[in-house]
Write a protein that binds this ligand. Sequence first.
Ligand code: ADP
Ligand code: ADP
Ligand code: ZN
Length: 214
Amino acid sequence: MKIIMLGAPGAGKGTQAKMIAGKYNIPHISTGDIFRANIKEKTELGLEAKKYMDQGLLVPDELTVKILLDRVAKDDCANGYVLDGFPRTIPQAEVLDEAVSKLNDNIDYAVNVDVKDENIVRRMSGRRACLKCGATYHVEHIPPKKEGICDVCGSELVLRDDDKPETVEKRLKVYHDQTQPLIDYYNKKGILKEVDGSQDMKDVFNAIVTILGE
Ligand code: ADP
Ligand code: ADP
Ligand code: ZN
């Protein structure tokens, strides 16, 4: 099963993608996580990506497409994957379509997690991330067992630089300009599924399972 998660930054794509990956036993692929891992390791890719991420801008398609295509070519993707944060532009979607159809395959669903902008800003300022294992929490809605510490790996949780309110507003604008058109793109392909992302995390997941099947 090949699934794409669509939605604004902070809509809950990552949270849901991790649950989907667990239930359907497919890898969760987040281009944002791949970039952050590279920033942490100070690779060339990381240094280049950081310039854009810190400003709330998208990393250029050229760079992003390459890392995504390398990732989905790995053996663990043979039975499918859930993409979180890719594609974010029409050209990225076209490259993905081309790569998948070369394998005589297709994307099964594009799930749009819909949350209004005003709720987004609240979610992002409360988001706390573990940069070691990629786990994500929310100070109010989904708190870790011990404040500031990752339940999964025990590392310290951080507020991502790009989750500060000034950058969030920029990212939302970029989302509306460059990423939102993908909703129409996948709707035309007949694989778009909408879920109400403002519900409790478990209810959002139930809605997704109803779409994907048990
Ligand atoms: P969120 O979903 O919370 O916005 P991500 O972790 O998906 O965060 O992305 C963080 C940043 O990484 C984005 O703001 C962007 O700069 C960069 N990024 C991630 N995925 C892509 C992509 N597919 N294309 C371009 N830039 C990306
Ligand atoms: P995205 O990957 O779309 O950027 P995340 O999954 O990281 O979004 O979620 C953004 C923030 O909102 C995180 O702090 C997360 O813990 C929290 N969150 C996710 N889903 C929900 C939900 N249904 N209700 C409340 N908070 C949520
Ligand atoms: Zn962790």
